[in-house]
Design a protein. Structure first.
Length: 358
């Protein structure tokens, strides 16, 4: 189908009642502070260097925003805005629990599966302008997340997981000490005793680089994962361990290389590979490939785009939309989020309006 045909089909879909998936999201919630530096990294470095040489000081006029964060909670929020029934199994402290409850107070959510520990997870995201796009560097304190494991799940959690339409795991590197074991246990439980699909977005794995080969062998190469959602960097990181050509080409990381890497993964793994980049998204299996360009927008932030994208991907998959429409819906939700001044996720009506204008 053409872009216009995809858009027409998608708008008609959104104007009707659609299936609302039951989704379990795990395991991260972060307190996020977004620092929008509105400059390129070199200029920011020069300013910081000058302040250091004068023994300290301030950089004023820096736009900052405090948000709830974490891949799991962000994806949940985007899905809830579109009517999905989402249950978070995430770890945080008492303050984090109250924050989640406050943020999602109007949503029909069961908060009883949230694990309350001593230390919350914190992120300060530094956002830069670089080569006509926004990039971010995330400074993270993982808190209790780094020790989260399958033994933290109780029988009620397991029953919930088995009954879900989608069981989504995020932030493998954040679950630093037990992430591979967690994915293996949860996803294998779904495959043995559950009814739904498994959805994996590991986020950037490179902060736990020594453990990537183990993740690849035990989880990604298994038949536990139905959908593997990746950005450019993640696709290249995993494919470089499976194809020497990726390493040879990997000096210049770009979307062309990312697409090649995604094809390598689709050939080697059983999961469907869903790639999202700033310029296009793609869905690839051993027998099929679909690419859809992203919308031409001026993003207000860099952080959280992938979480919004995942929500659209899940909702469209549940409703058996064509690959082109599925990718377009995911792109549209991400674009709406990136251009919303307050970082809100779009409703059905907002999505329809966006698609009709773009």
């Amino acid at each position: 189908m053409s872009i216009e045909e995809n858009k027409f089909e998608l708008i008609n879909f959104l104007k009707k009642e659609y299936k609302k998936p039951k989704v379990v999201v795990m395991p991260d919630f972060f307190f996020d502070r977004i620092v929008n530096l509105k400059d390129n990294p070199d200029n920011v470095s020069l300013k910081i260097d000058k302040i250091i040489k004068q023994s300290g000081g301030s950089l004023d006029g820096i736009s900052q925003m405090d948000l709830k964060g974490g891949n799991a909670i962000n994806t949940a929020s985007a899905l809830i805005a579109l009517g999905a029934k989402v249950t978070p199994i995430v770890c945080t402290n008492e303050h984090g629990f109250n924050k989640i409850r406050s943020h999602l107070k109007n949503a029909p959510i069961d908060f009883s599966h949230i694990k309350i520990g001593k230390k919350a997870s914190l992120t300060t995201a530094l956002e830069f302008d670089f080569e006509n796009k926004k990039i971010n560097i995330m400074l993270r304190d993982l808190g209790d997340l780094e020790n989260f494991q399958s033994s933290d799940l109780i029988e009620e959690d397991n029953l919930l997981i088995k009954d879900a339409d989608y069981v989504c795991l995020f932030n493998w590197a954040g679950t630093k000490n037990h992430g591979t074991e967690l994915a293996k246990e949860v996803f294998s439980m779904v495959k043995k005793n559950g009814k739904g699909k498994t959805y994996y977005d590991t986020a950037d794995p490179n902060s736990n680089v020594k453990e990537i080969p183990k993740l690849l062998e035990i989880v990604l190469k298994s038949n536990f994962v139905d959908i593997l959602s990746l950005n450019e960097n993640e696709a290249i990181s995993y494919a470089s361990l499976m194809d020497k050509q990726v390493l040879k080409k990997g000096r210049e990381r770009n979307t062309k290389l990312a697409l090649y890497a995604a094809k390598v993964l689709a050939e080697k793994l059983t999961a469907r590979i869903d790639l999202h980049t700033s310029s296009f998204s793609a869905s690839i299996t051993k027998t099929k490939q679909t690419n859809i360009s992203t919308f031409n927008i001026k993003p207000l932030r860099a952080t959280g785009a992938g979480d919004a994208w995942n929500a659209g991907n899940i909702l469209a998959d549940m409703n058996l939309l064509s690959d082109g429409c599925r990718l377009m819906l995911a792109n549209a939700i991400s674009a709406c989020y990136l251009t919303d001044p307050n970082g809100n996720y779009p409703t059905q009506d907002i999505l329809i309006e966006f698609l009709e204008k773009n």
